[in-house]
Design a protein around this ligand. Structure first.
Ligand code: NAP
Length: 378
């Protein structure tokens, strides 16, 4: 593999969030086994020869739509279900699955009787309003104010606009030309007696082979593969696995000589080991040099990827000393912070550094100077 290929920029100037490409979904497959509490999908999309191009580390922007039954329920409650232009506008541009504060306030103003009093009191108290909108969608709000009416022209100004959702790409462009894969956690929950789905993950989960969907490539600024002879350490629990599947495909295809070490974690080994056949086979063949898994709920105490990092601290430190690149993908709020803390501890313990020196090494030398600590967290 030539170095230029890893550092090449993806070029797809023709398509963007305001001008997405109409791609075709080819596969929508469950990655969790029966009995799992999670619903993670492998979504494979055909970009064809005229679609956007990408490189490993890029993200795919998906422009979602609301589910038809939700749009119908919303319009029926407002007595506006017979307006096809409004229907299409609501379905494709307005957020229904989360109630916005502006919408609640507008509904409160139009409501009558006890509904007006109840919603009015909520709107007058910011904390109560935060709590009210936290687990409600637009239909829940209308349910609390039966008979409320709006003019069709008012609707677009009352609801927040749908924005594209970015997913880390889970395939190498050279593995299957003209295709892009995603690893999508489908967000679903029931509140106030109604089942709900995440806007974009629900949209992707509903699509079947042959359906078209608007997409574009969002190039990564920093989450690139290193030169082909460098080792990589990849920390990717849950859907954080996505870019590392791409990295491994790419390095295998192009015969990169650097070693690959993957840390993966999820709830249960039997049901939630995403792409287990692929990673187990890559480990067996020697392409994936080390595979460290952390299944959090297979025992009484939680075991996370950072626990496995600590257990392998001496070896991990050796890899870093040998010039390995350290990648983290997934949850920003807790996981990436805990992984960072584990990295600091490993550096102090195995690098013989004080906490201050470890901080300097990780946050300055590794991250800023050598640019070997790369994150794709959300
Ligand atoms: P995930 O929820 O990130 O879980 C993957 C694994 O990480 C599980 O074994 C989980 O264990 C474990 N984990 C939990 N806390 C951790 C920590 N502090 N450090 C290390 N590992 C930790 O997996 P996912 O499938 O990618 O996401 C599932 C859902 O979470 C989706 O609905 C997704 O949208 C949402 N999510 C939200 C955010 C965000 O809002 N910032 C980020 C990532 C995912 P336990 O569950 O057993 O504790």
């Amino acid at each position: 593999m030539s170095e230029s290929a890893t550092t090449a920029k993806s070029v797809s100037p023709a398509f963007g969030r305001n001008n997405p490409y109409s791609a075709q979904l080819r596969e929508n497959r469950w990655l969790n086994q029966k009995g799992s509490s999670k619903d993670t999908r492998h979504i494979s999309i055909e970009l064809g020869s005229d679609g956007p191009t990408y490189i490993c580390g890029d993200s795919l922007g998906v422009v979602p739509r609301n589910p038809d039954p939700l749009v119908q329920e919303f319009l029926e409650k407002l007595d506006l279900a017979s307006d096809p232009t409004l229907r299409e506008n609501v379905a494709s541009t307005l957020i229904l699955n989360r109630a916005g504060k502006k919408f609640v306030k507008a509904v409160a103003e139009r409501a009558t009787g006890t509904a007006r009093d109840k919603l009015g009191a909520i709107c007058a108290d910011e904390k109560k309003l935060d709590e009210y909108v936290f687990d409600r969608d637009a239909v829940d709000v209308l349910h609390d104010a039966p008979g409320v009416k709006f003019d069709p022209a008012e609707i677009p100004n009352l609801l927040n606009k749908i924005a594209p959702r970015l997913y880390s790409i889970a395939s190498s462009p050279d593995h299957r030309t003209g295709h892009v894969d995603l690893t999508v956690a489908v967000v679903q929950y029931t509140t106030h007696g109604r089942a709900k789905q995440g806007l974009a993950s629900g949209y992707l989960a509903r699509l079947g082979a042959g359906n078209s969907l608007p997409v574009y490539v969002q190039p990564t600024r920093h989450f690139h593969l290193p030169p082909s002879n460098r080792d990589i350490i990849m920390i990717g629990p849950g859907t954080g696995i996505a870019p590392f599947r791409a990295f491994l495909q790419h390095r295998q295809k192009h015969g990169h000589t650097g070693r690959n070490w993957l840390f993966f974690g999820d709830q249960h080994a039997a049901t939630d080991f995403l792409y287990s056949e692929e990673f187990t086979a890559a480990h067996k063949s020697g392409h994936l040099h080390k595979l460290s898994t952390a299944f959090s709920r297979d025992q009484a105490e939680k075991i996370y990827v950072q626990h496995r990092m600590r257990e392998e601290g001496a070896e991990l430190w050796k890899w870093l000393q040998n010039g390995a690149y350290f990648y983290v993908c997934g949850d920003a709020k807790r996981m990436a912070k805990d992984v960072h803390a584990a990295l600091l501890e490993i550096t102090a313990q195995h690098g013989g550094k004080t906490p201050e020196q470890a901080e300097e090494y990780i946050s300055v030398t590794l991250s800023k100077t050598e640019k070997r600590y790369l994150k794709d967290v959300y």
